[in-house]
Write a protein that binds this ligand. Structure first.
Ligand code: 9MR
Length: 448
């Protein structure tokens, strides 16, 4: 049985903690099941991009527990699988597919035809139209054929458009013309008739010139009978800047008769992360996931890395980060709870949008200091009460900024006179001292 809570990690880390720094935290109102169970219940995908070499330890545990779909972040790109012409390296891609199968997860193949992360022999070569066409066909036959019957979907063509909706000038476009897209889709369909075939791009989440070009392309491909099953909206977004037309845009593609997937969601911010930015980020995650949940043909949402320790953002946008639903220590952020709520979780809460997070801030031989934070985004509270059950004999001896009582294993804490109000976008905390022995796992905290 896989553990559903990172309790061991928490107690190990807490052993080295110094008082005052909130090291890690448990899923808040973890009355919620893992995200994948919420998504399964709604027939949706909740996926994550992964790095194959990291799929062990806590990273592997969270990836397997919380998500029902994996996308290799880099492992299936042309430059990864065929660095030398004719010599393939499938090790990381195979590992991800095997992990997914062992955990009952779908795999989204990413990506077959792109202008980036291609091998040098391809980009440095000089190709006639016929030669390049044959190289493309061979690549698709080989890679799609290798995983035939095992992948749910392929991002066949990645990022074919410029921001103004004209075709991006790439090796493919310049040598083969715009029909490289139809060629790739047709070839992929033949190589694996069971996989859904997508065109994937960024800055196409709302209605704009680029998404309209994608819309027009998909419409014309369908009219011509070219196999295209869906569009991928990558959704590399910025905190506070989710386009207002995401749902409308998803709906217009659905009305065209294709599926829509949010394929690479992350929502970045200027560092350092603050409570207010994390609350806004949670609201932003909620609005994107809700937009998808509201449209039948939106198959689901994949995040582009689930932890801030495995995100492309800090390398590409210096000074920005904290873009994913888990922090660098695998503690779920408000964004995680927002995703759960948008997928129908959050039961037992007094108001959608408020969560409680438990953390151990310091620990010594027999005692520890804990902190609980109650945060709201898209909701507010006039008073609050939280409770949890200790499974390992811990006993609260003293609390501040809350009134706590323990009866048997059950601890119940209510607000003090001065901190009952939690505004939308704000949070309050209280602290306590407690005793422990043996182990000090993180309990499930319920708000309400
Ligand atoms: O996450 C990927 C990162 O590790 C690579 O360095 C980067 C190179 O461009 O590609 C990242 O993934 C991209 C994805 O394949 C396509 N959409 C944009 C993603 C972020 O760059």
């Amino acid at each position: 049985m896989r553990s559903r809570r990172p309790g061991l990690l928490v107690s190990l880390l807490a052993g080295a903690a110094t008082v005052g720094a909130l090291l890690t935290a448990a899923p808040a109102h973890a009355a919620d099941p893992p995200l994948r169970d919420l998504a399964d219940a709604r027939g949706k995908v909740v996926g994550t991009a992964v790095t194959g070499s990291k799929l062990t330890g806590t990273y592997g545990e969270v990836a397997g527990r919380e998500f029902n779909s994996l996308t290799p972040g880099n492992a299936m790109k042309w430059g990864s699988v065929e660095p030398v012409r004719g010599r393939h390296d499938w090790a990381e891609a195979d590992r991800i597919v095997a992990f997914a199968e062992a955990h009952g997860q779908q795999v989204r193949g990413h990506t077959l035809v792109w202008h980036s992360q291609n091998p040098g022999w391809l980009t440095d070569g000089t190709w006639t139209r016929d030669e390049l066409s044959a190289v493309l066909n061979d690549h698709i036959d080989t890679e799609v054929g290798r995983y035939k019957g095992r992948l749910a979907a392929w991002d066949v063509v990645n990022e074919p458009f410029e921001e103004d909706g004209t075709y991006r000038r790439t090796l493919w476009y310049d040598t083969l013309g715009p029909d490289y897209i139809a060629q790739a889709l047709t070839r992929a369909r033949a190589a694996d008739p069971g996989a859904d075939l997508y065109i994937n791009d960024y800055n196409v989440e709302g209605v704009n010139a680029k998404s309209t070009a994608l819309y027009d392309l998909v419409k014309s491909l369908k009219e011509r009978g070219v196999p295209v099953d869906g569009v991928g909206l990558q959704a590399h977004l910025i905190v506070g800047q989710v386009p207002s037309t995401v749902r409308q845009n998803i709906q217009r593609f659905a009305d065209l008769g294709v599926d829509v997937a949010i394929t690479e969601l992350d929502i970045r911010m200027q560092l350092p992360a603050t409570e207010a930015k994390l609350a806004q980020q949670a609201a932003d995650y909620r609005s994107v996931v809700s937009a998808c949940a509201a449209v039948d043909r939106c198959t689901g949402v994949t995040v582009w890395g689930f932890t801030d320790s495995d995100s492309w953002i800090p390398d590409t946008f210096p000074g920005e980060g904290a873009a994913t639903p888990y922090d660098e220590n695998y503690a779920p952020k408000p964004a995680y709870h927002a995703i759960a709520q948008a997928l129908g979780g959050g039961g037992g809460q007094p108001a959608d949008g408020c969560t409680a997070t438990y953390g151990v801030t310091g620990q010594w031989n027999t005692g520890f200091t804990g902190q609980v934070r109650i945060s709201c985004a898209g909701a507010s509270l006039a008073s609050w009460k939280v409770s949890w059950t200790y499974g390992e004999g811990q006993r609260v001896s003293q609390a501040w900024n809350a009134t706590c009582a323990q009866s048997g294993a059950v601890v119940t804490c209510g607000n003090a006179a001065w901190n009952g109000t939690v505004p939308d976008g704000g949070s309050v905390t209280f602290g306590f001292n407690a005793s422990w022995s043996g182990s000090n796992g993180v309990p499930v905290v319920t708000l309400g």
